[in-house]
Design a protein around this ligand. Structure first.
Ligand code: V47
Ligand code: SF4
Length: 389
């Protein structure tokens, strides 16, 4: 079989476009792309060209290894003081009786429902409720750790943290130090949307801006916590805004090295103020993943969040640079089902996740949040495996 580098060389010898050829050669040499080259990839790169390059980089970094984890989500509330135009999930404070607000006891009930089950992570993200303050969330973190110290808590976007810290009159560093001491282990990637103010002011004007988002992640990294980053694509942004967004992330990653994973999030248009905006095509989705893998050379992992994309499409992304497919999740997340995702009640067993990865010819690896290996699976199921999943 041809190596990925040999097939790439043969592909490049047939490329007529000088810019694409030069970009292909840079990728082959392991060189960093500049912003203009990133833009050229979006504008001129065919799906097969991008896929081949992204797959080359993915295999150079990870071979066939494809990660997933066993996690569950808690969404403390969907009541939110902000008004993001793309959000189908939140309810304003005045209409809070239409939403939900979980007490610490109710959230601990969810945590306890996983007692004895081999989950390794809880992902906690929700709306910004004016009454759920720093004291409330510190108590939640402490209660979870007291009950299950080994459970990794990945929680709160800079949108929630910025609001919490300002209300508690804490600096970002003070707030993060307190949260870390109470049990916060890492930050998820949400709230990033599109950093550039030309778009951010149109889709989420009233919440933390790009500088605030980046400062919270920078500080978390300085305190030894890792984090993820997202980009909400396929709405009113241009390719240039996507590159600008990834450039800011790449610069911060050069500075701190604290990001684990980049997660492109496909805009879904059901029941929100941007219903008139058509959703991106599958070709556009796959291009987004591929360009992310090529541009973000200092991010170890690119993840496809299957509850948003649907399983079949998530499987396809594994040939376009993606090496992580998130977790088993169960059906506790509403953020995408309310925005029109195919996955109305997202839940996959470990067996299904392993099978999905194998169907793409990849090797499933169960990981912890920080990519510590929990279990390596063979590329093909062994007869005894079903007994142990
Ligand atoms: O910031 C909201 C997005 C994000 C819509 O770090 C929408 O492992 C599409 O960040 N269409 C929150 N997207 C979810 C998130 C996340 C998810 C999975 C894993 C991780 C991780 C992080 O959801 C928000 C926003 O960008 N979102 N509404 C919508 N209509
Ligand atoms: Fe609130 Fe988050 Fe929805 Fe924006 S995306 S309205 S911050 S819940």
């Amino acid at each position: 079989m041809l190596s990925s580098a040999t097939s790439l060389l043969s592909l490049l010898s047939n490329i007529k476009d000088i810019e694409l050829k030069s970009i292909g050669n840079k990728i082959l040499q392991g060189e960093r792309l500049n912003e203009n080259e990133g833009l050229v990839l979006f504008e001129k790169g065919s799906l097969s060209f991008l896929g081949m390059l992204a797959n080359h980089v993915r295999e150079k970094k990870h071979g066939d290894r494809t990660y997933f984890n066993r996690n569950f989500h808690i969404e403390p509330t969907n009541v939110c003081v902000f008004n993001c135009a793309f959000c189908s999930y939140s309810r304003g404070y005045a209409n809070r009786e239409e939403g939900w607000e979980l007490s610490i006891e109710q959230m601990m009930h969810i945590v306890k429902s996983y007692d004895g089950k081999p989950v390794t992570e809880v992902h906690i993200v929700g709306g910004v409720h004016p009454k759920m303050n720093m004291t409330f969330f510190l108590e939640l973190l402490r209660s979870i750790k007291a009950h299950r110290p080994d459970l990794h808590i990945k929680a709160f976007t800079p949108v929630e943290l910025d609001y919490m810290f300002r209300k508690a009159k804490l600096t970002v560093r003070e707030g993060l130090e307190q949260a870390h001491a109470a049990g916060l282990d890492s930050l998820p990637g949400g709230g990033a949307e599109i950093f550039h103010p030309e778009i951010r002011t149109k889709i989420c004007d009233d919440k933390v801006n790009a500088e605030g988002w980046l400062e919270i992640h920078r500080t978390a990294h300085q305190l030894g916590m890792h984090s993820n980053a997202t980009l909400l694509y396929g709405h009113i942004e241009s390719y240039w805004h996507r590159i600008d967004h990834m450039e800011r992330l790449r610069q911060l990653q050069d500075e701190t090295g604290g990001f684990n994973t980049f997660i492109p999030l496909k805009f879904r248009n059901k029941d929100n103020d941007m219903q008139h905006v058509a959703e991106s095509t599958i070709v556009e989705d796959l291009k987004m993943y591929a360009v992310a893998r090529l541009y973000l050379d200092n991010f170890p992992h690119v993840k496809a969040y299957w509850p948003m994309l649907g399983r079949e499409q998530a499987r396809m992304t594994l040939s376009f640079g993606v090496n992580d497919i998130d977790g088993t999740i169960d059906d506790s997340t509403k953020i995408y089902s309310m925005a029109g995702s195919e996955e109305q009640s997202p839940s996959m067993t470990t067996e299904e996740l392993v099978q999905l990865i194998r169907q793409s010819g990849r090797k499933p690896i169960e990981r912890g949040t920080l990519y510590n290996v929990i279990r390596e699976f063979d590329e093909v199921a062994s007869p005894s495996e079903a007994m142990t999943l």
